[in-house]
Ligand binder design. Sequence first.
Ligand SMILES: [Zn+2]
Length: 315
Amino acid sequence: MAFLDGEVPPSWVEGAAFVWGCLWGSFVNVAVYRVPRGMSVVHPASHCPGCGAAVKPWDNIPVLSWLLLRGRARCCGTRLSPRYLVVELIGGVVSLGIAQHALRTMPAGATLLHGGAVFLADFALSMALVTAAFIDVEHMYLPDVVTLGGTLFGLATPGLRDMTWKDALLGAAVGYVGVWLPLIVGYKALRGRHGMGLGDAKLVMLAGAWFGWQGAMFALFAGAVQATVAAGVLLLAHGRIEEPEAVRADRAELQKAAAGGDVEAQKALDDDPLGTEPEEGFMAARLPFGPFLCLAIIEWMIGRDLIYGRLPWLE
Ligand SMILES: [Zn+2]
């Protein structure tokens, strides 16, 4: 990028991007907990999950605080999930990847304003995707605020990715219909139930809105490969793929209400593909697909200049 030539060493940009990403990773941790519970992500400030004491700012430094306190709260010694550390590091690494992609691909003469806008848009999307991925792992649903909100954001900003409105609209349509038609309609007709959720279709639509039909195709392809590998590893390690705890708890609560004559609860159970106990077998395993799609979209975001051309069917 021209504005950096001889002025700011790239390693400074990369270091700043990593720290910036870790800081926002900390915020993603808050969102992963609060969004599914319908809580505000900004208020109240962080408090200890064990005793409820307010977390002091110097105990809330991303990555460092967790390591210095060895994963325990200072106030009462409650264990803090390693997920906090992992999500903060993911924020840092993804931010670094986006910065490197920008440094690699920005044309000479690009302004700081343009480079900053490209970085911030990609970064905002990536953090929303990381949030959605961890919510999907825990609760097996993808929030519309990420999938639909992210699609609209992508449709509004094609110029940041050297695309036209037509590319973005076509990509979104290919992404949604490409999942919805064969996988959902076809699978339901064959097996009488949903293969993937509509949330997955909306996520591939988002990929298309941001990165055109090639982005949507890559997300679906790489997402499927990664999900299959992960399912194999989980089966080898545990012998079976467990349904997430929160999904089981939600269903048990609805079943209890329905047994007590609650019509709304019974309707919710009937409408939800997760409303019945999971069947046995590899094909019926309840492994959320969203996290693998989110990973694939982020891979395309930061590496598409390197991937494109190695996959001839995307030309
Ligand atoms: Zn505490």
